[in-house]
Design a protein around this ligand. Structure first.
Ligand code: SAH
Length: 341
């Protein structure tokens, strides 16, 4: 008997096809989706508008997966870090960032990460494995039991575009009107710059794109982000220009500011030149320090001057005040383990 399938690994389309292939009505897929994502059903037995026979058949061939946090840490700014045990020795984290009652959930797409960016703690652990579609959406299902979520960002552990199929499928479930019902304006996929995959993402789903730029010359970016040697800045910026954006939407350029490395007004000037012909906004992220990494946070004066340079030139810019630093939940601090464990 073949292994049971995890029903949360299917988008609505795929579930319809699966059921149709077994001689069932397609609308059963919509009913199942609503049970899974709107009523948070944990078994097929809960799905009372399906016939007994269908429930039984589903039970024999499939299962409803779930994640429950093995720990939750709460920072003194209200940031909550959830640790999820994936059951095979791997664990990932999700971070809930409250902002005036509008919570943003930062989710993970991989256990570890293969990109090896020099400033990122996750990058020092290498890639263990991709998360399944179910493991990605189950982070959302789990945290939603605890708090309302307004925005979803794929900015946790891993490089989402390095796990492209599962991320695309997860986005579909997140924005499906019969699924988790997020507006596609409220879902953002962040990438270090996997150029061919950016094109596929843009073709397959409507979603916000964030690009971790972090440097403004190839020499600088080669040093910080090995991926730049494969897809240098000119290719990356071209992929941004070609990314299909719905009208009035912008690409978010993330820029980790590192003390004495990329934090001068010269850098700010080059940054602006790079993104000038792309609808843009900028997220400045002062480097979050972590053990074993020699980089430092820039001075307040350097951050403010950089920020002001961009504001004065009409760039929408947010300097991300570090959130959750006391519980190692800030950008670049996730490692899939609890503090002190
Ligand atoms: N791999 C994806 C998703 C990770 S998002 C990407 O690169 O976009 C994590 C964000 O945090 C990225 O913008 C990254 O540049 C930033 N980051 C990583 N380490 C950091 C650190 N130590 N301090 C501040 N930001 C960091």
């Amino acid at each position: 008997m073949p292994d049971k399938i995890d029903i949360k690994n299917y988008s609505l389309d795929e579930l319809e096809k699966l059921l149709a292939g077994r001689g069932k009505e397609r609308f059963r897929a919509t009913q199942i989706f609503k049970w899974l994502y709107q009523r948070d059903a944990v078994s097929f037995g809960d799905m009372t508008n399906l016939s007994r026979e269908l429930r039984q058949e589903l039970d024999e061939t499939a299962f409803v997966s779930n994640l429950t946090p093995s720990a939750v840490e709460v920072g003194n700014d209200g940031t909550r870090k959830y640790l999820f045990d994936l059951g095979d020795g791997n664990a990932v984290e999700s971070v809930l960032i409250p902002d005036e009652g509008r919570n943003t959930l930062c989710i993970s797409s991989q256990a570890g990460c293969a990109m090896a960016c020099k400033f990122c703690l996750t990058g020092t652990f290498k890639l263990t494995r991709n998360l399944t579609t179910a493991e990605i959406v189950n982070q959302v299902c789990a945290v939603r039991r605890d708090a309302e979520i307004r925005n979803i960002v794929f900015m946790g552990m891993g490089e989402p575009l390095h796990n492209l199929d599962n991320v695309i499928r997860a986005v579909r479930i997140l924005v499906d009107g019969n699924g988790l019902q997020f507006s596609n304006r409220r879902v953002t996929v962040s990438t270090c710059g996997l150029v061919p995959e950016m094109a596929v993402l843009g073709r397959e789903v409507i979603v916000n794109l964030a690009v971790s730029l972090n440097a403004t010359t190839d020499a600088q970016r080669d040093q910080l982000m090995p991926i730049n040697r494969r897809y240098p800045l000119a290719d990356l910026m071209q992929a941004c220009r070609e990314f299909p954006l719905p009208s009035r939407r912008k690409i978010t350029f993330e820029y980790v500011m590192i003390g004495g490395l990329n934090d001068t007004l010269e850098d700010a000037r080059r940054l602006l030149r790079l993104i000038a012909d792309i609808p843009h906004k900028v997220n400045l992220i002062p480097f979050n320090e972590h053990e074993g990494c020699a980089f430092t946070t820039p001075t307040r004066a350097a951050i403010d001057a950089f920020h002001r340079y961009l504001i004065d030139r009409n760039v929408t810019v947010i300097t991300r005040e570090s959130r959750g630093g006391d519980i190692s939940a800030a950008c670049g601090q996730l490692r899939g383990k609890l503090n002190g464990v």
